[in-house]
Design a protein around this ligand. Structure first.
Ligand code: ATP
Ligand code: MG
Length: 274
């Protein structure tokens, strides 16, 4: 099924598809979306504090994008939400309960698809199934990411964009209440990236988990997110939340407002436009 590319700067929020087949997954396949809350979260490595005093509540079912300069702690913040790392002080909660190590309420996908090369596409997606998970879900996920015909292919036989689709399907197979994405489209070419943005919106409609994604692309953040968080610091200190922007359909449909927000976010990131 062919996805229709969206404009980079002022794409409508909902994905445009030629046959728009996205129907919500059944409740036994898609878990309810869960809130994420950072409460005065700080993370230090040795004597160096990377993140300081992060306070933010992510509402269930929303998409949040995290922007920030390289090294500002975006991945660290995501790892705290996933339970892959713990705050040095403060706390991170999912659904009002402290995040546990490798919290099974979350699924994570990274910039590299990280597929097992000796396993088929189907079998890589199956790896995401929780214990006693329903294997029929994998057929539905293959269909959702448009890879039914590639189910028996090995990772070396598919493109980078396809591999990233497998990675997203594997994450959704976990039935997460929170989907955490670290620059998921960062390694893809511009056209594939736009198609993947559209796919992410389709997947979010089918399985509306709370999505928190890191991106370095301001346009991508405006296209996809309900909330944009910018990490930054004054001088060489730890990163803090320096801007929270809310985006809705009305803003996205107004090219002047989109341009203004784009410029403002770039300025927050310390980038001056030519
Ligand atoms: N396990 C660790 N031990 C020591 N320092 C770490 C560790 N993890 C991250 N850091 C440091 O924390 C800082 C933030 O790293 P992080 O990977 O979160 O940044 P980022 O914003 O994701 O950067 P990028 O945009 O380049 O991916 C970096 O200076 C990094 O070296
Ligand atoms: Mg990172």
């Amino acid at each position: 099924m062919e996805l229709i590319p969206l404009s980079l700067t002022s794409a409508p929020r909902r994905a445009v598809r030629s046959d728009d087949p996205t129907t919500p997954l059944a409740p036994e396949v898609a878990a309810p979306a869960l809130s994420v809350e950072f409460r005065d979260a700080t993370r230090s490595f040795g004597t160096r504090t990377v993140l300081s005093g992060i306070d933010h509540h992510v509402a269930p079912g929303t998409i949040t994008a995290i922007l920030g300069p390289s090294g500002s702690g975006k991945s660290t913040l995501l790892r705290l939400a996933a339970g892959l790392d713990q705050p040095s002080s403060g706390s991170v909660l999912i659904d009002d309960r402290q995040v546990a190590a490798y919290d099974d309420r979350c699924a994570v996908a990274f910039q590299e698809a990280r597929l097992l090369p000796w396993r088929s596409v189907r079998s890589n997606i199956e790896l995401g199934l929780p214990r006693k998970g329903n294997p029929d879900v994998v057929d539905r996920l293959l269909e959702l990411v448009g890879l039914e015909e590639f189910a028996s292919h090995r990772p070396r036989e598919i493109s980078g964009g396809m591999a990233q689709r497998v990675s997203l399907a594997r994450a959704l197979a976990r039935r997460p209440g929170v989907l955490l994405l670290d620059e998921p489209f960062g390694a893809l070419d511009a056209l594939t990236r736009i198609k993947m943005q559209s796919l992410l919106l389709d997947l979010h409609r089918a399985a509306p988990a709370t999505v928190v994604m890191v991106t370095h692309d301001v346009s991508e953040a405006i296209t996809l997110a309900d909330t944009i968080l910018v990490l930054g610091n004054e001088g060489s200190g730890p990163s803090q939340l320096i801007r929270t922007a809310y985006v809705d359909e009305q803003l996205r449909s107004d090219p002047v407002a989109v341009d203004a927000l784009h410029s403002e976010l770039l300025a927050c990131l310390g980038v001056r436009e030519p």
